[in-house]
Design a protein around this ligand. Structure first.
Ligand code: NAG
Ligand code: NAG
Ligand code: ZN
Length: 520
């Protein structure tokens, strides 16, 4: 103690007043610890230890939920399964998802998570909503689909009544039907097309040595899919198929981030954002008619952070109007694209303060802190998102080491949208047991689980991300209460008005009760 004091004093050049404070603090903070020690044999009181452990566990996500007898039975069996998986030679959350995927698919916990009602998906981008498999095997087989391979080994698609004109990035357009017939091995060719639309690879570490490389492929895949998805007739089926994939994974509601890009018809007609919102609304209604246990879907209008301040200001203004025109469809606004290489929220402050300036309503759902570059302008996005009154934070990977922002987000009930597989594939973290959200989960920070870009990562629905969060990030400590809370949170922290949240939560509870009855 003495030598340590002398050491600290030398290193920190403490002044004597500081030293007094330090000694005082040491005494005060160690008092409860001393009290824990029984004076008989110096061993801490086991009953007190139990109490502290229970108190600590009660702070985690779902820690205050009381489980029913049936839920406790299921919880006990989940725990046994988790112990087994944690002691296996290859623990899936510690392995890159592309390698872990087959292991996860064999897991009994995963199979249970697939059946579990998961509430809402609140962070998915529209251009990666539907699996690449469907895009290639269904959409590219439609008539009049042209394909072109660019100089940088990327691919473009375009539906057109006649051969498209050459463009800067595409000189040689070929009719897919003709090309396929000429190539012969259609299955092999289709697999190569799928490769262009996803990040999936057998050798993720070799192929994506760093964040720059993986983000480059990421943006390329987005552009490749655009020509297919923005064809108006395709878009209609695409939304429906996307809702189908979510519903199959027991998800009842969606908030989809979309730029509402212009869509095109075969004859060259171009549709605007209003047309797209109408389409989205129609498809959602039709889907609910076919699946009465589905609750709905909304859009978070998103623009790329590569735009200029005046462009973003115009986009915010337009979004305010669209929110007025489609109050039940438009949830709010976000800025997308890689944060590390893009512009910070603070850079766009003049654009983003427009709603407050005009007294208009436009809730924000900002991507913020999807970075491991601590102390940069981008790292500051978490605090800035909160200063702009964001309703939720996308990723907020950086939040755990911003104590003040973390406090503000907790007090303001601003949930973090945790997308574990996205963070791993985009190389913010390799072993998911070390994800900073483990800290947030252990203290019950407002949080929901989502999948970000399912088609690019080769996932579908939310079960894969729930698996990583529950088994990897939460560890043995996360229990059935954690799962229930995370799922219910997705309704609670959605953009729905209070009366719809109430209905949604009742619907969720019914689904949950049926799930417990079937599986306990
Ligand atoms: C493609 O999907 C549509 C609806 O989404 C379906 O009607 C059609 O049969 C599918 N076509 C193929 C070839 O799978
Ligand atoms: C954020 O909310 C506060 C309190 O409601 C308000 O005073 C402020 O103008 C809002 N700021 C922005 C940028 O919307
Ligand atoms: Zn995202």
């Amino acid at each position: 103690m003495f030598s340590f004091t002398a050491f600290s004093a030398r290193r920190l050049a403490l002044r004597s007043e500081d030293m007094v404070v330090w000694l005082w603090l040491t005494l005060v903070t160690s008092a409860p610890l001393l009290w824990l020690v029984r004076d008989t044999d110096g061993m801490p009181d086991p009953a007190h230890r139990d109490l502290l452990m229970r108190q600590e566990a009660s702070r985690q996500t779902g820690g205050l939920l009381t489980l029913t007898a049936a839920e406790r039975r299921l919880d006990a069996s989940l725990r046994r399964l988790k112990e087994q998986e944690m002691s296996a030679a290859r623990f899936p959350p510690a392995v890159h998802f592309f390698k872990a995927k087959p292991l996860i698919e064999r897991s009994s916990i995963f199979k249970l998570l697939q059946k579990m009602p998961k509430g809402a998906a609140l962070h998915i981008h529209s251009s990666s909503l539907v699996g690449a498999e469907w895009l290639v095997r269904n959409v590219t087989y439609r008539p009049r689909c042209y394909v072109c391979f660019t100089w940088d080994n990327s691919v473009r698609f375009l539906f057109s009544a006649r051969r498209p004109f050459p463009r800067w990035d595409c000189f040689h357009w070929q009719l897919l039907e003709t090309l396929r017939a000429r190539i012969g091995d259609a299955a092999e060719f289709d697999n190569s097309l799928i490769q262009h639309l996803t990040l999936f690879t057998e050798d993720p570490d070799g192929e994506y040595p760093n964040q720059d490389v993986v983000w480059e492929k990421f943006e390329k895949a987005f552009i490749a899919a655009a020509g297919l998805v923005t064809h108006a007739p395709v878009l209609r089926d695409y939304y429906y198929q996307g809702l189908e994939e979510l519903h199959k994974d027991n998800i009842m509601y969606l908030e989809l981030r979309s730029g509402l890009s212009r869509t095109y018809e075969l004859d060259g007609t171009i549709h605007d954002k209003t047309w797209t919102l109408n389409l989205f609304q129609e498809v959602t209604k039709e889907f609910i008619k076919d699946h009465p246990d589905f609750f709905g879907a909304r859009i978070i209008i998103s623009v790329h952070r590569a735009l200029s301040v005046s462009e973003v200001r115009a986009a915010v203004k337009e979004a305010i109007q669209l929110k007025k025109d489609f109050p039940d469809v438009v949830a709010g606004f976000d800025m997308v694209g890689r944060e590390d290489s893009g512009r910070s929220l603070w850079y766009f402050r003049e654009a983003l303060s427009l709603p407050a300036e005009l007294g208009a309503e436009l809730p924000y759902f900002f991507h913020a802190g999807e970075t491991d570059d601590e102390g940069t302008d981008v790292d500051q996005n978490v605090l800035d998102a909160l200063l702009f009154n964001a309703s939720r934070l996308g990723h907020a990977f950086a939040l755990a080491h911003h104590p003040l922002a973390k406090e503000l987000s907790r007090k303001g009930n601003i949930a973090v949208e945790l997308c574990p597989i996205s963070n791993q594939v985009l190389k913010l973290i390799s072993d998911l047991r070390n994800h900073p959200a483990a800290v947030l989960m252990s203290e019950g920070h407002p949080m929901v689980i989502s999948s970000d870009d399912p088609s690019l990562f080769g996932t579908s629905g939310l079960s894969y991300d729930f698996y990583e969060a529950f088994v990897g990030i939460g560890g043995l400590k996360a229990n059935l209460g954690t799962l229930k809370e995370l799922a219910a949170n997705s309704i609670r922290y959605s953009s729905l008005p209070a009366h719809l949240k109430d209905i949604g939560l009742v619907m969720f509870q019914d689904q949950w009760d049926a799930f417990i009855a079937d599986n306990s």
